[in-house]
Every structure is written in C-alpha cells, then in structure tokens.
Write a protein that binds this ligand. Structure first.
Ligand code: LLP
Length: 412
C-alpha cells in the first residue's frame, strides 16, 4: 500500500522517489518491482524489535528468492530459512554462510538431507522421526555433528486464512508433543545429531499474537524438561497490512509479548512476508474493458499466473493506477481480471476503482512476497522480469529478465 516506499509524487506512483513509469517504459509489463531499501528497512525493524531477545533472523526465502533480494538481506545480517535443496543452492549463491542456513520442510528427500549435511547447514528442522535416522547416517558417514531442531505441532489454531494455517492438530506439519518428547528421550540413539532446538510455525499472516504465545507455552513445557534445548525457533508468520486502513499486530507487539517467555533461550525468527511483501509491487497494463452480466470488467495483462494469491487464498491486494487519480474521481466497483483461461483468474471482485482506460497501468500492491515465487508458465505465459531498486533508492536494474518463448521449451 501507499507508504514511505511507494507513494504518489507529482501525480505519479513512485518507488523510493523513482517514477515507476520510467521502469515500465523500459521493460514493459507485467513487471515485479522491489525496493531493496524497503526490504532492508523491514529487516532492521524486525532486528530492532527483537533485539532484546537477541533473536537471530533467518529470512524465509520461499517468500521471494530473488538473488538480489537474498544478497541484500544476507549483507545486512540475515540468515536464510530454506525449504528445499534448491533454496539452499540459492542461499549459497547469494553468499550465505552455510552455518546461517536452516533446512526445513515436511517432505525433505534423502538427497536433500544429505546435501544439507554435506554443505554444513546450521540447522535442520526435523518434521518426521525417519529424518533423524537419515541425518544420523549422513552425519556419521561425513564424520560431522549436525544440529537439529524438532518442529512441534503445538495444536493451536492461528487466526489466519485456513489455507495458510499450519499449527492445528490436523495439519501435516510438525511432530506431536509426545513424538518430540520421545525423540528427546532417545537422542542417545543418534550420536551424530545435536538436539538443540524446538521449532514452531503456526501459520502465516497471523492476525493476533495470542496463538503464538499459546504455541510457545507448549514449546516451553517440553524445552524446560530437556536441558539440551538451548534454542527456540518461533517460525515466521508476522503479518502485513494488505488493505488500506487494515490494522495488523506489529513486530514489536510479538516481541513484547514473547520476551518474558523466551528469556534464557536463543531465539530464531523466520520471517518472509513481513520483510518483502510491502517492498514489492506487480505492475500491469489495462488491456480491455467490458461490461456484461451486470459486471464491469477490467482485463489486465497480469493474472493468476503472476499473482496467484487472490485465486488461492481470496487475498486482497490494493490496486492503484500509476497516474494519480483526481481526488474527486468517481469510483465504480469493477471485476479486475487477468488473461488466463480460468474463471478463478481474478485479482479483485467488486473493487471500487477510478475510471481506467486501455493502455493505462496499475500497480498491484504488497506483491513482493509470494508473487514471483508462485508464478507459473500456465497458458505458456513467460514469467515477467524482476526489477530491483538499489538501497541507494536511485539506481534500478533488471535482476531477472523477462522469460522468452525459448525459455518455455528449454530442455524439451
Ligand atoms: N517458516 C516456515 C516453516 C514456513 O512454513 C513459512 C511459510 C515461513 C517461515 C515464512 O512465513 P511468513 O513470515 O512469510 O508468513 N503463499 C502463502 C504463504 C505460505 C507460507 C508458507 N510458509 C501466501 O501467499 O500467503
């Protein structure tokens, strides 16, 4: 949404003071644009909020794995939370120290576990008893000692969309408390593993701090009984505001609420969205307008292939024209849709927008997280370029070029 990073200046939308139009004229649409300055400011805010807890921040690469983004965050002291060997590869390419990398995930392959141990990642977050045997085998073969955290499923209901809640009993994520206890009781069976942490992640875009507190209480019930546990990894999930006027709990609220509970433990945080979501936008062009079945449609050149969140989670993204509308411009509810051959390919339903004409551009706000990373080539649509504006707030560059038709058939 409009804030310090993205705002209207002299009648047009700017990022860090740079007119978005300049980038669009050079690279076309659709295009993702990220403010590295904005991402770094978000990281520093989290670092400051959790400073009292001495928390270490592992940026969750799944939110946005662009190497330029990763490099900037690593340079500012972030470790990287990875959910696949592919993400470890990205983190290493971007300059992360292996010790600052975590491998998490509910279905890590034996090859991924082996790769992680070989690379010497700082942590493996375990979600299955069988992972321990595999890790023990690889660590023993390499003569290593691998540090692990057990991911507890704390059986709490996070206040968020049901598709991004992960901490309730029926979820596939984590281990139940008795399994965590059992593994800690039998840790002697795994001489090459160091059982030093307990991990939770109860969901993303958390609407309150209450469920997190409850989950941490569950962690503590276990951790207090096992002195080898020095670290509590509280996962990601810190929310951002997607709608104008939406009030979400701030990082400081989470930090203040958690501080009394986590005293004496090393703390890890795995934020993705709260670092990069509001530092990025997706810019699209209006292709056509049409009116039928009682609806006015605005057809964009971007849709669910570039931003799947509305289709998948009924997510709201603000849509703002690049040219600032007059303060008294009449707003009419419209269906904002993409070009993809799917009824669910809509970016907004009944959204009041000022009049838009074909050829005009709009920005889908707060699209820095779970935008490009979830994009697809469905309908043989080449994926858009990713542009970054450097931390100086002045220079911009194409961090990843637009895909070509040749890219679509590479390897076939
Ligand atoms: N740690 C773990 C174990 C996770 O599963 C996730 C996200 C994170 C950290 C980072 O969470 P964040 O701080 O970004 O909320 N595609 C969905 C979000 C899926 C999140 C998956 N896990 C969306 O667009 O809303």
């Amino acid at each position: 949404m409009l804030d310090d990073v993205f705002r209207y200046q002299a009648g047009e939308l700017t990022c860090d003071g740079l007119p978005i139009r300049t980038i669009v004229e050079a690279v076309g649409t659709p295009v993702y644009i990220y403010s590295l300055k904005g991402a770094l400011a978000n990281l520093r805010r989290l670092q400051a909020a959790f400073a009292e807890l001495g928390a270490h921040i592992h940026y969750s690469a799944k939110a946005n794995g662009n190497l330029s983004v990763l490099r900037a965050l690593i340079g500012a002291g972030a470790g990287i939370d990875c959910v696949s060997a592919g993400e470890i590869f990205l983190a290493l390419k971007a300059g992360a120290q292996p010790s600052q990398i975590v491998l998490a995930g509910v279905g890590k392959t034996p090859e991924e576990l082996c790769f992680a141990v070989e690379q010497g990642v700082g942590w493996v977050n375990v979600e299955n008893v069988a992972e321990c045997a595999l890790l023990e085998q690889y660590a023993a073969a390499l003569g290593r000692s691998q540090r692990i955290a057990l991911r507890l499923n704390p059986d709490v209901s996070a206040s968020t969309h049901r598709h991004i809640a992960t901490g309730h009993g029926g979820a596939k994520f984590g281990l139940t408390a008795d399994v965590v206890r059992h593994l800690l009781d039998t840790q002697g069976d795994y001489p090459h593993l160091r059982f030093e942490g307990i991990h939770i992640h109860i969901g993303s875009q958390l609407g309150d701090t209450a469920a997190t507190l409850q989950a941490v209480e569950e962690v503590l019930k276990i951790a207090r009984a096992y002195p080898s546990i020095s670290t509590i990894d509280i996962g990601g999930g810190l929310p951002v505001a997607y709608e104008r006027g939406q009030i979400m709990p701030q990082p400081e609220a989470f930090a203040d609420a958690l501080a009394p509970l986590l005293k004496g433990y090393d703390v890890i945080l795995e934020p993705g969205r709260s670092i990069i979501a509001n530092a990025g936008i997706l810019v699209a062009r209006v292709l056509y307008l049409k009116e039928q079945g009682g609806h006015k449609f605005v057809v964009l050149d971007a849709g669910m292939t570039e931003l799947i969140r509305p289709a998948l989670y009924e997510a709201h993204h603000e849509i703002v024209p690049l040219v600032q509308p007059a303060a008294d411009a009449p707003c009419e509810p419209v269906e904002v849709v993409g070009p993809v051959c799917e009824t669910t390919d809509a970016l907004a339903h009944g959204r009041p927008l000022p009049p838009l004409a074909p050829g005009e551009h709009v920005a889908l706000m707060t699209a820095g997280a779970y935008g490009y990373v979830m994009a697809s080539n469905y309908n043989a649509r080449p994926r858009p370029p990713e542009v970054v504006i450097e931390p100086d707030g002045e220079t911009w560059r194409i961090a990843r070029p637009r895909e070509t038709w040749e890219d679509l058939i590479r390897g076939e």
